[in-house]
Design a protein around this ligand. Structure first.
Ligand SMILES: Nc1ncnc2c1ncn2[C@@H]1O[C@H](COP(=O)(O)OP(=O)(O)O)[C@@H](O)[C@H]1O
Ligand SMILES: [Mg+2]
Length: 392
């Protein structure tokens, strides 16, 4: 069974550098490795100083690289479907058409085809490991959410397995009409739909796919990393490692960097509080850009010596949100602790739990701002926190 490791984070944090270093390391350890970039702003060719194309190219022993051209994938494999989807829907007015496109049909569509390409390559079973250098956070998220939206759409409009389509009858006013696709297109759409479900299953399979977050110890980036983590958790993806890039080395000693080092320490501590339950790797700030195999070797030697680094580093989800009655329940796994020393408070964005030396900040969705903690109790090793809506 192959492995997939996805590197994600804000633009410029070091996703490509981290992903490429992992790919080089795994190929040197003898694994057939494929590194894939789904970022429209590809730079695998820059970092490996090699021409990299739309199909996998061998760039060093046991290492293949591929820069996915999402438009090419879409046109090539799914062009007819795309056309029929947009032709199928006829709107009464332009505004409704725009709204509908915004919510359902097209956001992140190209990106999705990149992921389908990865699944196709995974299914060929020729690589031991596929490393994905992903598009920046925002795009990745809309993409990971997409199958859920699509499945809603498919289940409402095209119940799988039924040739005779159920015609959509809106409860309120009819704001758009659907032209029935011909039988062949319908089959194509059903096939695509099934593929997307399998795609989602693949990326949510904790034994196969790990998501690794790349961040920088700076306020805005750490905030975004937290948000990203929360959403990935919410959607059931397995985040099992964090990379803090551009850490100023201790040996750098001048006035200007003294302040910066103090700031970095503060945010590294915060990262520790949030992600302390999974491995955190520090990558130092080098005096030059990371380029070529030499640059990647430096990262490998300095930061990626953990011999388990390609394994699944954490499998159990440590917190779970559930709707409960009119409120919510947050269940947090806190094993092996003296449960009498619990301290807990709620900030604007996080729930902070202290248990002796143990501290965790759990980023919570915006919607939780309307709720307050009404009670908390331990059930075995799980702390259950109950939220009720604030009465204004
Ligand atoms: N630890 C580092 N030290 C020095 N330069 C770095 C480091 N990490 C990344 N860079 C440089 O920063 C730029 C952005 O890195 P990159 O890996 O392309 O980020 P991303 O893929 O997230 O946009 C590149 O020029 C890269 O060489
Ligand atoms: Mg990049």
């Amino acid at each position: 069974m192959g492995r997939i490791i996805v590197f994600t984070g804000k633009g410029g944090v070091g996703k490509t550098s981290a992903a490429a270093a992992h790919a080089l390391k795994s190929s040197k350890e003898g694994m057939n490795t494929l590194i894939v970039s789904t970022d429209m702003a590809h730079n695998l060719s820059d970092i490996f100083v090699k021409d990299i194309h739309k199909e996998p190219t061998e760039i060093s022993p046991k290492l293949w690289a591929l820069e996915i051209d999402a438009n090419y994938e879409m046109e090539n494999s799914y062009g007819t479907i795309q056309k029929s989807i947009s032709n199928m829907i006829k709107f009464d007015n332009e505004k409704d058409a725009e709204t509908f496109e915004d919510i359902v049909v097209f956001p992140g569509m190209e990106e999705l085809f990149s992921l389908l390409k990865i699944k196709e390559l995974y299914d060929k079973n020729i690589y031991d490991i596929i490393i994905v250098d992903c598009a920046p956070t925002g795009e990745t998220l809309s993409l990971l959410k997409f199958p859920e939206l699509l499945s809603w759409y498919m289940e409402n409009f095209f119940p799988v397995g039924r040739i005779a389509m159920k015609v959509f009858r809106p409860v309120g006013k009819a704001f758009f009409k659907i032209e029935l696709p011909d039988k062949d297109t319908l089959n194509d759409i059903e096939k695509l739909y099934l593929k997307l479900l399998q795609l989602q299953q693949l990326f949510k399979d904790n034994e196969i796919c790990s998501i690794r977050l790349v961040t920088i110890p700076e306020k805005m980036i750490v905030e975004e990393t937290k948000r990203n983590y929360m959403y990935l958790n919410l959607y059931g993806f397995n985040v099992d490692g964090v990379y803090i890039n551009r850490v100023i080395p201790e040996s750098v000693d001048n006035h200007f960097f003294k302040e910066w080092k103090a700031i970095q320490k503060k945010y590294m501590k915060e990262i520790q509080a949030i992600f302390g339950n999974m491995p955190i790797y520090n990558i130092k700030w080098y005096e030059v850009d990371v380029v070529g195999l030499d640059g990647l070797e430096r990262i490998i030697n300095d930061s990626l010596q953990d011999k388990n680094i390609f394994k699944v580093l954490k499998q159990k989800s440590d917190e779970r949100f559930e709707k409960e009655g009119k409120g919510y329940k947050l269940e947090v796994y806190i094993p092996f602790t003296d449960k009498s020393k619990l301290d807990m408070y709620q900030s604007d964005t996080d729930i902070i739990i202290r248990l002796g030396n143990f501290k965790r900040s759990i980023p919570v969705p915006d919607v939780m701002k309307k709720y307050f903690i009404s009670k908390a109790k331990f059930v075995d090793d799980h702390l259950c926190i109950y939220f009720e809506e604030k009465v204004s």
